[in-house]
Design a protein around this ligand. Structure first.
Ligand code: MZD
Ligand code: MN
Length: 356
């Protein structure tokens, strides 16, 4: 059966344990994120804070042989039919929790240097997002300008922010200006910036999975209703790994609020929220049938498939059967848009027709 070749808008690089200690002076490296395996929990240390997370099973369940080795990863991708991948951090996700200005700036810089030297400079198919400081916006702006020069195509931000630092607030304006000017995509990955296990009762695993999706919706409402995207019409944002089926639905609800509660609406926008979403907001998914159906039924086209390699929620080992389930019977136009076109529009990688 011919392989369906696709691009993936969501995956992860697994950083070496010494990604910061190797690159930073001991006084900073010792405070960078590090993890230790316990019996049931993983102990995560970030600048002296300890977070216990039930992560052991995730790591043990990580099957792809290439999770830690780029050369082997490219063979995994050939096997699965994935040509290009956008790769988010793994341990790098925890940098967003650092509030000390110097530590945030230096750990972010070190992560980006590692990604540039070990991933971007060594292959053309896997491109990583860059990290930025959330502790100081001037540092974040400087890092966006630096990584744009290095050839990065996207910047990672967490879906959840600290209280008082919500994305609708002016605090972020210089960063939106810098990212728009750089042409980089702003990639918000779900399950970042907050707690991932918030409920331990019946159904907890599914409830917690859903709880990581809602902050992705909140990012869209703040970035649209707060005016950031309206003020920066060339800024594109991606909500990664949260599915896409809900995107047109929140556009409708935001339009209803914008129109029916008009007397309360500040700032006024030059376009309806749903128009801003259709022009500047993108979403990735792995298995959701609804993410393909809404392209057909609503015309919302900023949908991008992602393999979430090497994670458990991803498609490694069953990518081709997933793609057939998703796209058999779907028009070529929509299949090509979701599996390659959206990716190429966002990251401008040359269209590849890999040899079988
Ligand atoms: C079954 C219970 C309720 C029992 O509670 P107990 O642990 O005994 O106190 C609980 O363990 C549970 O809900 N387990 C299901 C697995 C889970 O941790 N679910 C969290 C919500 S899902 C999630 O956070 C995703 C979006 C998807 C799973 C991988 C995930 C945790 C990844 C993993 C971990 C870390 C966080 C990360 C990127 C990262 C580098 O890889 C994302 O930011 C986020 C992501
Ligand atoms: Mn992911």
């Amino acid at each position: 059966m011919t392989k369906i070749w696709v691009n993936s808008g969501d995956s992860h690089v697994m950083e070496p344990a010494d990604v910061w200690t190797e690159r930073l002076p001991a006084r900073l490296g010792a405070r960078a994120p590090r993890s230790e395996r316990g019996e049931k929990y993983e102990m995560l240390y970030i600048d002296g804070e300890r977070i216990d997370r039930q992560l052991g099973d995730f790591m043990d369940a990580m099957r792809p042989p290439g999770a830690w080795d780029l050369k082997v990863r490219l063979k995994d991708l050939d096997q699965e039919g994935v040509w290009s991948q956008l790769a988010f951090p793994s341990m790098g996700f925890w940098l967003v929790s650092i509030t000390d200005r110097e530590l945030a700036r230096e750990t972010v810089r070190a992560w980006n240097d590692w990604a540039h030297e070990e991933i971007l400079s060594k292959n053309k198919r896997v491109i990583t997002t860059a990290c930025v400081s959330t502790a100081d916006i001037d540092d974040a702006v400087a890092e966006v300008e630096r990584v744009a020069e290095l050839g990065f195509k996207a910047v990672f931000l967490p879906c959840s922010t600290r209280e008082g630092e919500e994305y609708a607030l002016d605090r972020w304006e210089p960063l939106w200006t810098a990212v728009e000017r750089s042409g980089l995509v702003l990639g918000f990955h779900i399950g970042t910036g907050g707690q991932n296990v918030v409920f331990r009762g019946p159904g907890g695993a599914v409830v917690n999975y859903m709880e990581t999706t809602y902050p992705g919706m909140r990012v869209v409402s703040h970035m649209v209703a707060g005016g950031a995207l309206d003020r920066h019409p060339d800024l594109k944002i991606l909500i990664a790994e949260g599915g896409a089926g809900w995107m047109p639905a929140i556009g409708d609800r935001m339009d209803e609020a914008y129109r029916q509660h008009g007397m309360f609406v500040r700032p006024k926008l030059s376009r309806l929220p749903s128009e801003i979403i259709r022009q500047q907001v993108y979403a990735s998914f792995q298995h959701d049938k609804s993410s393909v159906e809404i392209v057909e039924s609503t015309g919302y086209r900023n949908v991008m498939w992602g393999d979430d390699y090497p994670h458990l929620e991803g498609t490694y080992g069953h990518t081709q059967s997933t793609l057939r389930d998703l796209f058999d019977g779907v028009s070529d136009d929509i299949r090509d848009r979701v599996t390659r076109g959206t990716f190429n529009e966002l990251f401008g990688l040359p269209e590849q027709t890999p040899q079988e």
